[in-house]
Design a protein around this ligand. Structure first.
Ligand code: PEP
Ligand code: MG
Length: 560
């Protein structure tokens, strides 16, 4: 094993613990597999496996409840009941008596339930995934394979995976996971975004990560993007000391965002729903700069009702009575597929396909329903509601969106600047809407023609690329308020550069707020401008970073 493994650091901080790897999919046991002839013994093996799966799920449920995750316990207990279902046991027994091997018998018996559930309406159909998980656990046990999904552990661990699915991360307890390491994923993949939202250090795009043996202690540095297997005690102590020093500098980082000379830069939070409000408030967010509404509806096969939407929006508006809440309309497609808004047929390049606002041309009713729910949620609230569209390309699209907003009674329409064409013609778009918000994740993806989901292109998915900064400049200079809500805003050094380019607010995952606030208040607007000019004059992302830092002398006091 090499001394140190390098990937892309996407969520800062250090984490130390033993590796636990998410196992891959459990294969279907071959059709026609037969047991050796002792049906009674085979039946006993099968039923014991189901029983063990149920017991394991119940004990995971009890652990979830201890950490206050009552909903998690309910789901796990319901799964345990599926494993203990007497009808299922009868089905398994009947198959075994016909000669079928235990693993295949379990697989087929689950199949009968699966079909019943799948055809039984939306709520029950959604349980098919839970049922499949129970089946896979039983089959894995019978075939001697590792358990699928996030492994159980009695001690905090470093979670290693090829990539993380939203379903894997939903049940994670941040107190148990000390770091994420994945083979796939770029700096703007949703693994990275989730890691930052949870405040867990993370390294992505690390080749061979899943080859690290389970149980190996590793030291993960989410700032440097490194993973050191079997570190010495001194190395672990030094890493913990550095993060403790930074933590104490951050404790005094409070209040509204400003440069040292008093130039106000509101610092806002990126959220995926009401569940993220608490962390945003705790980190001192002055409002919400990006409400990713599609995160509310990721696992739905039908559109959410008007009332449901209104409630989810109202809760957020009420949490920031004196602030602003910038809501993004559904950004379905590409890296954020929504089951109830499928792409129109096979798209060879989903990132260049009908995603975001483009999809709403086919579904004007979905957009109108969302805008209507937003307008009703804002009625009578003091928070300022601003609504923006994702993936806008030109002035005509901006004008169309503004008209839809006006019709729904939304007073402050805006657009995201994510497409290079929109950035280059920002002046045209600025006359149609009230504000811009630059999505640097997609802007970088499109400027550098590097799919954000391809781990091997992490070096090109870097918002420090001078070409990306060249695209930020015209949007920030178009004469209307212009925030940044891509992950670039959460990089404390780049945040200073963005302010130097004329950006008027910054929105990021809650855990990034204190460090950005601390970096900004230590520098003047003029220093930020000089850093921005130096970065744009550089010829590579690396040089841009170095050049900017030379004009931001107080970064060192933050250990940056
Ligand atoms: C972006 O593209 O920068 C952005 C904020 O949107 P998302 O990451 O949700 O695509
Ligand atoms: Mg985007």
């Amino acid at each position: 094993m090499p001394e140190i493994l390098r990937g892309a650091g996407v969520s800062p901080g250090t984490g130390y613990g033993p590796v636990r790897t998410i196992a891959g999919a459990v294969p279907e046991p071959p059709a026609g597999a037969e047991h050796g002839g002792d049906a009674a013994a085979e039946r006993e093996t099968a039923l014991a496996a189901l029983d063990a799966v149920a017991a394991d799920l119940e004990s995971r449920g009890a652990r979830a409840a201890e950490t206050g995750n009552k909903d998690g316990q309910d789901v796990l207990n319901a799964q345990a009941m599926m494993a203990r279902d007497p009808g299922l046991a009868d089905g398994v027994q009947a198959k075994i008596e016909e000669g079928t091997a235990a693993a295949r018998a379990v697989f087929e018996a689950f199949g009968v339930y699966r079909e019943m559930l799948a055809g039984a309406g939306e709520y029950l159909a959604a349980r098919v995934t839970d049922l499949d998980d129970v089946r896979d656990r039983a089959v894995a046990r019978l075939l001697g394979l590792p358990m699928p999904g996030v492994p159980a552990s009695d001690e905090p661990f470093v979670l290693v995976a090829r990539d993380l699915a939203p379903a894997d991360t939903a049940v994670l307890d941040p107190a148990q996971v000390v770091a994420f390491v994945t083979e796939e994923g770029g700096p703007t993949s949703h693994t990275a975004i989730i890691a930052r939202t949870m405040g867990v250090p993370a390294v992505v795009a690390l080749p061979g990560a899943t080859g690290i043996a389970d149980g190996t202690p590793v030291l993960v540095d989410g700032t440097a993007g490194t993973v050191r297997p079997d570190p010495s005690e001194d190395e672990v102590a030094a890493a913990h000391a550095a993060s403790a020093a930074r933590a104490s500098a951050l404790e005094v980082s409070t209040g509204p965002g400003t440069t040292r000379d008093g130039h106000a830069v509101p610092l806002l939070a990126n959220i995926g729903g009401p569940k993220d409000i608490e962390a945003a408030l705790a980190a001192g967010a002055e409002g919400v700069g990006l409400y990713r509404t599609e995160f509310l509806f990721l696992d739905r096969s039908t559109p959410p009702s008007d009332a449901e939407q209104e409630e989810a929006y109202r809760e957020v508006l009420e949490a920031f009575p004196e602030g602003r809440v910038v809501v993004r309309t559904l950004d379905a497609g590409a890296d954020k597929p929504l089951a109830f808004l499928p792409a129109p047929g096979e798209e060879p390049n989903p990132a260049l396909g009908e995603r975001g606002l483009r999809m709403m041309r086919r579904h004007p009713d979905v957009l109108a329903a969302q805008l209507g729910a937003l307008a009703r949620a804002a009625a009578g609230r003091t928070a300022k509601l601003q609504v923006m569209a994702p993936m806008v390309t030109d002035a005509a699209e901006a004008a169309g969106f503004a008209a839809a907003c006006r019709e729904a009674g939304i007073e402050h329409p805006g657009v995201m600047i994510e497409v290079p064409a929109a950035a280059l013609r920002a002046d045209d778009l600025a006359s149609e809407v009230e504000f811009f918000s630059i999505g640097t994740n997609d802007l970088t993806q499109y400027a550098c023609a590097a799919d954000r989901q391809v781990g091997g292109l992490a070096h090109l998915q870097d918002p420090w690329q001078p070409a990306v900064l060249d695209l930020v400049a015209p949007a920030a200079g178009a004469g209307i308020p212009c925030g940044v809500c891509g992950e670039a805003a959460g990089d404390p050094v780049l945040a200073c550069v963005l302010v130097g380019l004329g950006v008027t607010s910054l929105s990021m995952s809650a855990p990034s707020l204190p460090l950005v606030r601390a970096a900004l208040v230590r520098h003047t607007l003029d220093e930020c401008r000089q850093a921005a000019a130096a970065a744009r004059a550089a010829r590579s992302a690396e040089q841009a970073r170095t050049a900017a830092r030379a004009h931001l002398p107080a970064l060192a006091t933050l250990g940056l």
